[in-house]
Ligand binder design. Structure first.
Ligand SMILES: NC(=O)c1ccc[n+]([C@@H]2O[C@H](COP(=O)([O-])OP(=O)(O)OC[C@H]3O[C@@H](n4cnc5c(N)ncnc54)[C@H](O)[C@@H]3O)[C@@H](O)[C@H]2O)c1
Length: 287
């Protein structure tokens, strides 16, 4: 397969990342089919995508024409079976069994020709591919949040991923305006593995009552970080950040340095997931 063979892309999961990925692909001229297990989420996502395009036009970053054309290229799929595509990028919850089940179904729908790319932050590509008939088509394509703005993409190869698929994904990343880095499968890959300590240690500082979260954020920003750890966790989604830490912790045989924080667990239990729920470490207005 060549990158030019990719015409139609299925984005599965219409949450924070699915929306940004759909925007990036549509802007580059690809037809995008967006599917979410919760049909209502998909409608909400399309509304939010429209808002993002409108804002970009207002700011002079996009022409009205490009915005309208790109938005028209994103269509809602009501059933997973509608996703007969050249490339799938999945951005569903960070759970191995859910992603395995999804890829098995997508492989059944598309045969062995479609590329099955996962936006997982931490789950092993080898474990994910292990259930497939053709694991060579399975690859990691890890975007960063917000996916339509952040340039970096980690292209992750499992042991079975074909070299051809890695080069197609590297080329594809270029076509959607991203800068890709090839990474071998390993818990948390590179960025999330290194960045884990930014979150885990900050949560420990908070737990030890050394300073409140807003003070920790202010200090980290003063020392050169673009965002404080608590602002960033709210942006990422506290549930997502917690799931990634848990997955990396388990991937490294429960090394204490990656131990997930009770503070995050508590916030998830209370439904305080960050920006997407209106409250996390900070409060957000609905507008
Ligand atoms: N949030 C981030 O900053 C970030 C960054 C990089 C990668 N990721 C990864 O991207 C993935 C998605 O994260 P997110 O933040 O967009 O999550 P999210 O909670 O915002 O969205 C997940 C969406 O997936 C849908 N979903 C769940 N199970 C499904 C299924 N079986 N089929 C179809 N849809 C399903 C949910 O309804 C929800 O709309 C995760 O693997 C996460 O680790 C997240």
């Amino acid at each position: 397969m060549e990158v030019s063979d990719i015409k139609k892309i299925g984005v599965v999961g219409a949450g924070t990342m699915g929306q940004g990925i759909a925007i990036s692909c549509a802007l580059a001229g690809y037809e995008v089919l967006l599917y979410d297990i919760d049909s209502g989420f998909c409608d909400t996502a399309l509304g939010l995508i429209q808002k993002t395009f409108n804002k970009s036009v207002e700011k002079g970053k996009l022409t009205q024409l490009l915005s309208d054309d790109s938005f028209m290229r994103i269509k809602k799929a009501n059933q997973l079976s509608e996703l007969t595509v050249d490339l799938v990028i999945e951005a569903v919850i960070e759970n191995l069994e859910v992603k395995q089940k999804l890829f098995l179904e997508l492989e059944r729908i598309n045969g062995s020709k479609a590329i099955l790319a996962t936006n997982t932050s931490s789950i092993s590509i080898n474990k994910l591919a292990a259930v497939l008939k053709n694991p060579s088509q399975c690859v990691g394509l890890h975007f960063f949040n917000p996916a339509h703005i952040m340039k970096l993409v980690e292209v992750i190869s499992g042991t079975a991923t074909s070299k051809g698929i890695i080069s197609v994904m590297t080329e594809f990343s270029k076509t959607i305006g991203k800068i890709s880095v090839e990474v071998k499968d390993s818990p948390g890959f590179i960025v999330n593995r290194v960045a884990r300590h930014f979150y885990v240690e900050s949560l420990k500082v908070l737990e030890d009552e050394v300073a409140p979260h807003d003070v920790i954020d202010r200090l980290m920003k003063s020392s050169g970080f673009k965002m404080g750890p608590f602002e960033l966790m709210d942006l990422i989604g506290i549930d997502v950040n917690y799931a990634v830490t848990k997955s990396v912790y388990e991937g490294f045989e429960k090394a204490s340095k990656f131990k997930p924080s009770e503070i995050q667990f508590q916030k998830i239990t209370e439904g305080h997931l960050g920006r997407k729920s209106g409250k996390g470490f900070y409060e957000y207005s609905k507008s």
